[in-house]
Design a protein. Sequence first.
Length: 755
Amino acid sequence: PNPLKRAAEKVTEAVQGGDTGPEDGIPGKPGPESPSVAEPTEPREPLPSKPDQSGPETMSPTGQPTGDAQARVAQSGAYLTDAQGTRLYDTDHSLKAGPRGPVLLQDHHLREKVMHFDHERIPERVVHARGAAAHGIFRSYGTAASVTRAAFLARDVETPVFVRFSTVLGSRGSADTVRDTRGFATKFYTDEGVFDLVGNNMPVFFIQDAIKFPDVIHAGKPHPDREIPQAQSAHDTFWDFVTLHTEAAHHTLWNMSDRGIPRSYRMMEGFGVHTFRLVAADGATTLVKFHWKPKLGVHSLVWEEAQIASGVDPDFHRRDLADAIEAGAYPEWELGIQTFPDTPEQTFEGIDLLDPTNLVPEELAPVQPVGLLTLNRNPSNYFAETEQVAFHVGHLVPGIDITDDPLLAGRLFSYLDTQITRLGGPNFPQLPINRPHSPVNDMLRDGMHQTAVHRGVAPYRPNSLDGGCPFTAGADAGAFVEAPVRVPEATKVREAPESFADHFSQPRRFWLSMSAVEREHIIAAYTFELNKCYEQAVKERALQVLANIDAELCASVAEGLGLPAPKASVPLAEVEPSPALSQVGHTWPADGRVVGIVTGPDGDLDAVQALREAILGAGMVPLVVAPKGGILGSGDAAVTVQRTYATARSVEFDALLVAGPPGVGGDAFGARDVKARPSGAAVAATDPRVGLLLSEAFRHGKAIGAWAGGENALDAAGVPGDAPGVVVAGSGTAALEQVQELMGSHRVWERFIAA
Ligand code: HDE
């Protein structure tokens, strides 16, 4: 066949819809001979664009409009074009000299397509590469209005936000549930410009001076020879660094605590870490620390869960965040502030506020709520939004200023600088996700990836050619004016203040504030990580650091390492515990929690159906787990299976309910019935995967309920029916009621302490 003729025919087919389309010709509606899985054969109405998918507002220097809004939306038109907007007739075959002949260099489409693909990846973030994000809204209460003139903190102001959560050490494809600090970065698109609160889920940091940041990150990242381990602190170089720089003792202790393995991004606190400075309308200044308080409480995984999830669902946190938002269970945090008088010493109750390894106990300075953050929309494109968002601690608005924390100073340089490599030039604020919602009228020009077509001839000031524009504004017209803080007269030195030398009293307070079970977890974490180190000297030095925090902590870890416990080399500080630091002992709403209902075809399907509704009604997520996929039962009692015994794993569930068979005695679950009833409910009792599901859930302190014979499945899994947090009830709803109450405390803590 003549290839040119064939090409012409294909173009005609594409434009006219061809003659192979569905018989009734209605786009989107399959014809009788065209099952829905068939490839569509004619153009359809493009989907309406999502609000954040519209491209940059370009102006054609030729004076022509660049097309309607839809045309600016990537990938939404009916016809394939090249990057220059020319329609294409084939994108599956290279241009060749005959079907078996050589590919021709003149194939501009092939070259453009492969060239673009070759450059699809941008460098990942040097830290915090692995992340997940969401859009939302911040509504301020107005309670901060007396201490800051920031307009977005005035009463009842609503500000759009974009929040990105992350791990620190791992690469972009690493697992979510590794032991690490989590990033919690918020971009507020305020009317006065963008404000970024670039925080973590821990209130303190490893180092006191930004100049050490490359060092601590080099130590935490994989070893340079083999590039292992990935996303882990359990290796020699990390522990070498944090034991040689004892200022890292506090943050390391937080990482080894349950805070290092959050249950969900939705259940983490966030902290600005540094002390910032608020400026009121009258110019008065107040020192401040920012806190995010999750409405669902602060909860963690247990270590074994975190490890299992890394394998069975490396996207555990990313999925959890997206699913919750999609289900309408919008995660919420209150923004809170701890305020301190802005004295020349910049200390509070003896705590140096410029030292980022310090926190101020909430008992000494209560966290005052100033607004509510609600995440209510998932990104529509990961790359465009989550990957290209660029946070910067120097994105400040009038009313919020910085302090002389030396860690913060270095960050003020780093976050702009890093985007040059990562986003390819200085014009990253023009990327859709980074664009301010207030008008931009800067005098920055040109550069890589410039998309604005600037007007005027005078990007300098003062000028007489562009009517004098732009003018500068005073504070009364909304300008950012630095707080006129006095800088003490001093001699240039490379030194830290003496107060930065106390490395152990703050970690000791954290340790003393932990409950028994949290201490057990901390000991286990140190023991695990240090046992992964090869160097004896590193382990011994780590024990010396622990001895300076607490003798019991040191002795327990030493025991696990098979090493003697050293004595403290400094006097142990007299500190009061801060109960607010413990995660245990409170009750919280169970919203968005996942309840697994384990059943089989012979299970009590009416009850399963009723349970699903009750669980949904309580704002939680029911997942039916059965031997295979599809539908159980029929008619009104039909139940859709969401997980099979092969795909379900304990880590996904906060609680499990085991459905008994209807109208059959408990014996149906008994081992002796297995031969007679090799499927359904009996399978639930004896299938080793169900056994694993139940025994792991039990070991991880999760609430478990069973009814109408379901308890025999517990027996088969070795889960005692009378153990704490195990409920055997007369009906499914009765089991759920008790399980729900247990879930309020997140886990059945007694099980750990008994163990
Ligand atoms: Fe960062 N940090 N950091 N950091 N950081 C980055 O910026 C840096 C620090 C934090 O989701 C980088 O755009 C220095 C403290 C978060 O996009 C980089 C120092 C805290 C994120 C950078 C610190 C953070 C980053 C890498 C020591 C908690 C992810 C990519 C002075 C308060 C933001 C990027 C996102 C990202 C530098 C210390 C939080 C290289 C030099 C302390 C949440 O610029």
